[in-house]
Design a protein around this ligand. Structure first.
Ligand SMILES: Nc1ncnc2c1ncn2[C@@H]1O[C@H](COP(=O)(O)OP(=O)(O)OP(=O)(O)O)[C@@H](O)[C@H]1O
Ligand SMILES: [Mg+2]
Length: 772
């Protein structure tokens, strides 16, 4: 037996060793589904399957990279390079580029991000002179997106009476026209939006049988992770591609289906057995990720859902500490509690920042957490929200880069034709735009042919336009031979973007220049990685595709050690030793918008299940008593999800009898807040005082809950360290003391460890043995 197969239990080995046929692995969180996929790929390769013939679809590109790295270690990296691994979007974007001409697109088509798409929709609504309060562009965008994901093309829309009536009923009778205009504009700009990447792939496979056959033969073995969250469009692609050989392995957990609001269809998992002949069903039951307390608490939650497949999840891991529940007065306090708990836990157990994650239901909750972490000097990274690539200065540079790859890209052109200012005004742009519509050409082409067109544009403006086009063309020529970094660096210098920011001179301007530097560094890393890992040259086109399709998780470019902050939706598939789930309040989690039907509430509960099962060692649940929502301070009730967990797994920092007790208002914290809005309850006689902050006693208790270390934590106060001492640390091994500073409780030492490099340790917590 290959040695790596010993790293699987028997139940995991079975789907790995079944080389051919259709199979589905349904199993709870942390039971090794992703591991099964990884090892299955390695096994297929060891059985002589060509990596070119294996397609593996994951939830993030980062997950794909991690799997590829693991596989490289098992079978060698030159082999693993040729695997097709990535998200649905990134894999099918690649295929669409090969086949673009069949669909009438240029192979260098741009991928419009959500911002670009919404900007096109705004322009359409404006040009059609529609009321923008009725036709809200974000709503319209979501609607179009859901049509596309259900494979309703413009043509299909106009054939569907029901849909048109539904839109008319919701006061949007002209939805169809907007949809058509939007699709036409994107097509003219040589651009696909995110949903097109799936829709057009379906079109390609449907309309061109020879193309379908080609990819059916290529992808003889198909694997899909997180199958419970595939939407209809993705489902059809997988079904079509796997139809011939039926060598398909999907893994998933119905209890973790959390994307119904984006069209994910849990029936895909439930119907799998009907879709293929001879389906083998596998179940995994042992969880390797979490403690018994976490696994059992998570089981007790998901038990409350009626719609589910019965599953067993157990673990041989330790009981571990109980799940800590804490009530705080406000979100500010909640942040402070989380930050100090992270600080204490980190110090006591000598952990890295990356061992901690803070998960929340909505992005808005991150602010209070950030404030508190910053005050404590704890480095953190927020995933999601406004991403790095959406920042103005970054998007400006990317627009230049996009334009030189695809000159038809109208969103990119509009953004930078007069930035930095070159004296090309709005009137000129309007004239160019009208001409472009009239001739059915792109604005760039109109500018290229100005001499032959009778447009009211004066000589000097014509010159400016010509210079602009020539500059872009010179970049295009450069990009034909140079890698992405060289091109981006040249563009940044030649366009004068950085000079513009330098002139500005404000701290914001300087921060923007730093961001641009970070972008260039990122591009350099990308080029190096491409050359090493993926057998490619690291061209600009490849980089732009990578950026356009990077999921929020993938934008993690630097490897600095930070606490992770993200919404629960983004945390799917990940794991952290310590997890804080914050804002566990009715109307926030479960969300007020998802409590209308049982199925919505069950999706919220699955979301909570996902959150809790990310934790390996310890989970913390927090809620506040009042929170600002829509600009008002409102009373908050603890989430029903806390009450749904069996008490024996919980440790309340707030005494439990006092669970729903509302304390008097703490004026120091509320300042000028309208106190009449707060419920003012007098403490009942004999009730313990409300615990706003954990008391010293509670912190003691919290400390006791820390996982026991092999050696009891000895304070180092008896060890009097000085420079040059040799010491030994449990995790970092032997080390030499470089520097000691501070006194008493705050005494710190800088130590150079054999295994850990130079560390700065607080002596009160560090478990050090003095050797000499
Ligand atoms: N047989 C095993 N022996 C040791 N560790 C294992 C084994 N199987 C899985 N693990 C570890 O358990 C953890 C969870 O595995 P994995 O992420 O594959 O689970 P999963 O089922 O995909 O979870 P999720 O449902 O959250 O996606 C990982 O750290 C993995 O390395
Ligand atoms: Mg997984």
């Amino acid at each position: 037996m290959e040695s790596y197969l010993a790293e699987l239990n028997e139940a995991q080995r079975a789907p790995v060793l079944q080389k051919d046929g259709a199979m589905i692995v349904i199993a709870g969180a942390g039971s090794g589904k992703t591991r099964v996929l990884t090892y299955r790929i390695a096994y297929l390769m060891s059985q002589g399957v060509d990596p070119f013939n294996i397609l593996s679809l994951t939830f993030t590109n980062k997950a794909a990279r991690e799997m590829k790295n693991r596989i490289s270690k098992i079978v060698g990296s030159s082999e693993a390079k040729n695997l097709w691994m990535g998200t649905f979007h990134s894999i099918f974007a690649k295929i669409l580029r090969f086949e673009a001409d069949k669909l009438g697109y240029p192979s260098n088509f741009t991928i419009y991000d959500t911002q670009d798409s919404q900007s096109v929709i705004r322009a359409v609504i404006k040009d059609m002179r529609l009321d923008k309060d009725v036709y809200k562009y974000k709503q319209v965008y979501n609607r179009i997106s859901s049509y596309k994901n259900s494979l309703i093309t413009v043509k299909a829309y106009f054939q569907n009476q029901e849909l048109q009536e539904a839109d008319a009923m919701s006061k949007k009778p002209r939805m169809g026209e907007i949809y058509k205009a939007y699709v036409d504009r994107c097509f003219k700009a040589g651009a696909m939006d995110f949903d097109d990447l799936l829709l057009k792939t379906n079109e390609l496979l449907n309309r061109f049988p020879e193309v379908l056959q080609k990819y059916q033969n290529r992808f003889r073995y198909i694997l899909v992770d997180e199958y419970q969250d595939t939407n209809h469009s993705q489902y059809l692609i997988v079904k079509a591609l796997s139809d011939k050989f039926q060598n398909i392995c999907v893994v998933g957990d119905d209890a973790q289906s959390i994307y119904a609001f984006r069209g994910a269809n849990i029936n895909n998992i439930l119907n799998f057995q009907k879709d293929y002949e001879d389906v083998q069903m596998y179940r995994l039951e042992q969880n390797y990720r979490s403690t018994k307390n976490i696994v059992n608490a998570a089981n007790s939650i998901i038990d409350k859902n009626k719609t589910k497949l019965e599953k067993i999840v157990w673990t041989a891991n330790d009981d571990g500490p109980k799940i800590v529940v804490n009530r705080l007065l406000t979100d500010g306090e909640e942040g402070r509690f989380v930050a100090s708990s992270i600080f204490e836990t980190k110090m006591q157990n000598q952990l890295a920042n990356g061992d901690f994650a803070i998960l929340y239901r909505t992005n808005a909750q991150s602010r209070a957490m950030e404030d508190a972490l910053r005050k404590r000097d704890i480095p953190y990274r927020i995933y999601g929200g406004l991403s790095f690539y959406q920042r103005k200065e970054i998007k400006d540079i990317l627009s230049y880069l996009r334009l030189l790859i695809n000159p038809k890209d109208e969103e990119a052109l509009k953004r930078i034709i007069n930035f930095p200012a070159r004296g090309i005004g709005q009137t000129t742009m309007d004239r160019l735009s009208i001409a472009a519509n009239q001739y059915g050409r792109s604005i760039f082409e109109v500018i290229e042919n100005l001499d032959h067109l009778d447009l009211k544009i004066n000589k000097s403006t014509r010159n400016k336009l010509e210079n602009f086009v020539n500059m872009i063309k010179s970049f295009t020529i450069l990009s034909e031979n140079a890698d992405a970094f060289v091109v981006a660096d040249t563009v940044t210098k030649k366009t004068g973007l950085v000079q513009e920011l330098k002139k500005d001179g404000t701290p914001e301007g300087i921060a923007r220049i730093e961001n641009i530097e970070e972008l260039l560094n990122g591009i350099r890393d990308f080029v190096e990685e491409q050359k090493e890992l993926a057998d490619s040259s690291g061209s600009l086109a490849e980089f732009l595709e990578d950026v356009a399709l990077a999921t929020d998780m993938d934008k993690d470019t630097s490897d600095e050690d930070r606490v992770a902050l993200m919404t629960i939706h983004l945390a799917k598939g990940l794991e952290f030793p310590y997890v804080y789930i914050v804002g566990l309040e009715e109307d926030l989690f479960p969300s007020a918008m998802s409590m209308n039907t049982r199925s919505e509430l069950e999706e919220e509960r699955r979301l909570f299940y996902v959150a809790l099962t990310r934790a390996e060692t310890q989970a913390y649940l927090t809620y506040t008593q009042s929170r600002y929502r829509w600009g008002k301070l409102v009373d908050a009730e603890p989430s029903r999800f806390i009450e749904e967990i069996d008490d024996k797994f919980l440790d309340y920092l707030v005494p439990q009898d006092d669970y729903k007790y509302k304390p008097l208002i703490d004026t120091d914290i509320f300042g000028e807040v309208d106190k009449s809005k707060l419920r003012q309850t007098k403490p009942k006689k004999g009730t313990p005082p409300p615990a706003h902050k954990p008391t010293e006693q509670q912190l003691q208790k919290l400390r006791k809950l820390k996982p026991a270390s092999p050696e009891p934590a000895k304070a180092t106060k008896s060890v009097n360290l000085t420079q040059g001492n040799e010491v030994e640390h449990m995790r970092f091994g032997k080390g030499k003391v470089l520097k000691v500073e501070g006194v008493g409780q705050d005494q710190k030492a800088e130590i150079d460890f054999e295994n850990g490099g130079i560390k700065n340790l607080l002596l009160r917590f560090a478990k050090l043995k003095l050797l000499s």
